[in-house]
Design a protein around this ligand. Structure first.
Ligand SMILES: NC(=O)c1ccc[n+]([C@@H]2O[C@H](COP(=O)([O-])OP(=O)(O)OC[C@H]3O[C@@H](n4cnc5c(N)ncnc54)[C@H](O)[C@@H]3O)[C@@H](O)[C@H]2O)c1
Length: 262
C-alpha cells in the first residue's frame, strides 16, 4: 500500500498505460480520479475499480479544453478535498514524415500531448501549492529524445513535455511539489499495435537490448515509485523505462560480429 489514501488524477485512464496506472494506484490504496475524453471508458474503469472495492470516480474531459480541465480539477477537489498526485498520461500519436505533416494533425498532437499536459498540470499544481505538497508525473516518450522517422509532431510535443517537466520541477520545488517524467520505449498497447507496422515491430525487437516490448504495468510501477515516499528526493528526473533502448548505440548488428582483423 505505497499510496494509501493519496488522491491521484490519472488522465487518459480509460485504456492502455493510463488504465494500468490507475489500477495499480488503486491497488496501492490511492483514491483515483479517472479523466479521459472517452467518457464511457472512464466510467467503465471507475465502475470496475469500485466493484473491486477501490475508491474511484470518472470525468469526461478533453485535456486540451481549458474549461473542461478546470471543471475536472474542481470536481476532484469537491469529491476528495485534495489532489496529491497527477499522472499526465493522455496522449495521441501519429506517424507522418516531416515533409508530409499536415498542419491540422500537427496542431492536434501538440494540443493534446503538450498543451493538454500543461493545462492539467497547471490546474492541479495550483491545488497542490495551496496544500504545500504534491507529485506530478508527465508521461513523455523516447520519441522526444531521439529523431525517429515519422515523429515530427509527436516527438516535438514529447520533447517539449520533457523540458516543461524540468521547468516545473525547478519552479514548484519550493511549494513542496516534485515533478518528474517517465519516458517509455515501445510498450505493447493499442496505440502501439495501430501505429507500429510489422517491419517497425521487428526492428524494435532487434534494437532493444532486452529484445521485447514493455508491458503497460511496467510503466505503472515506475509511476507508483515516483508518486510514493520512496521518491521524496527525486525531482526533475526523466525515468526511461525502455529495456535499455535509449542507451543502445548500435555499432554492429548481432548477426554481423566485428571482424577480428583490420
Ligand atoms: N504505447 C507506447 O508504446 C508509448 C510509448 C511512449 C509513450 N507513450 C505515451 O503513453 C501515454 C499513453 O499511451 P497509450 O499507448 O496507453 O495510448 P492509448 O491510445 O492506448 O491511450 C490513450 C488514452 O488517452 C485518452 N485521450 C486521448 N486524447 C485525449 C484527450 N484529448 N483528453 C483526454 N484523454 C485523451 C484516450 O481516450 C485513451 O484512453 C501517451 O501519452 C503516449 O504518448 C506510449
Amino acid at each position: 500500500m505505497m499510496l494509501k489514501d493519496k488522491v491521484a488524477v490519472v488522465t487518459g485512464a480509460a485504456r492502455g498505460i493510463g488504465l494500468a496506472t490507475a489500477t495499480l494506484f488503486a491497488e496501492n490504496g490511492a483514491k483515483v480520479v479517472i479523466a479521459d475524453i472517452n467518457g464511457h471508458g472512464a466510467l467503465e474503469t471507475a465502475r470496475r475499480l469500485a466493484d473491486e472495492g477501490r475508491d474511484a470516480i470518472a470525468f469526461h474531459v478533453d485535456v486540451s479544453d481549458e474549461a473542461a480541465v478546470q471543471a475536472m480539477v474542481d470536481g476532484a477537489v469537491d469529491a476528495y478535498g485534495r489532489i496529491d498526485v497527477l499522472v499526465n498520461n493522455a496522449g495521441v500519436s501519429i506517424n507522418q514524415l516531416f515533409l508530409d505533416t499536415v498542419l491540422e494533425d500537427w496542431r492536434k498532437v501538440l494540443d493534446v500531448n503538450l498543451t493538454g499536459a500543461f493545462l492539467v498540470a497547471q490546474r492541479c499544481a495550483r491545488v497542490m501549492a495551496r496544500q504545500g505538497s504534491g507529485r506530478i508525473i508527465n508521461i513523455c516518450s523516447l520519441s522526444g529524445q531521439r529523431g525517429g522517422v515519422g515523429r515530427a509532431a509527436y516527438g516535438a510535443a514529447k520533447a517539449g513535455l520533457e523540458l516543461l517537466t524540468k521547468v516545473m520541477a525547478v519552479e514548484l520545488a519550493e511549494k513542496g511539489i516534485n515533478v518528474n517524467g517517465i519516458a517509455p520505449g515501445p510498450i505493447d498497447t493499442e496505440m502501439a499495435r495501430v501505429i507500429h507496422t510489422q517491419a517497425t515491430r521487428e526492428a524494435y525487437l532487434r534494437i532493444i537490448p532486452q529484445h521485447r516490448y514493455g508491458a503497460m504495468d511496467e510503466i505503472a510501477k515506475g509511476a507508483v515509485f515516483l508518486a510514493s515516499g520512496m521518491a521524496d528526493y527525486v525531482n526533475g528526473h526523466i525515468l526511461n523505462i525502455d529495456g535499455g533502448m535509449l542507451t543502445a548505440g548500435l555499432m554492429y548488428a548481432f548477426d554481423q560480429p566485428p571482424s577480428k582483423s583490420f
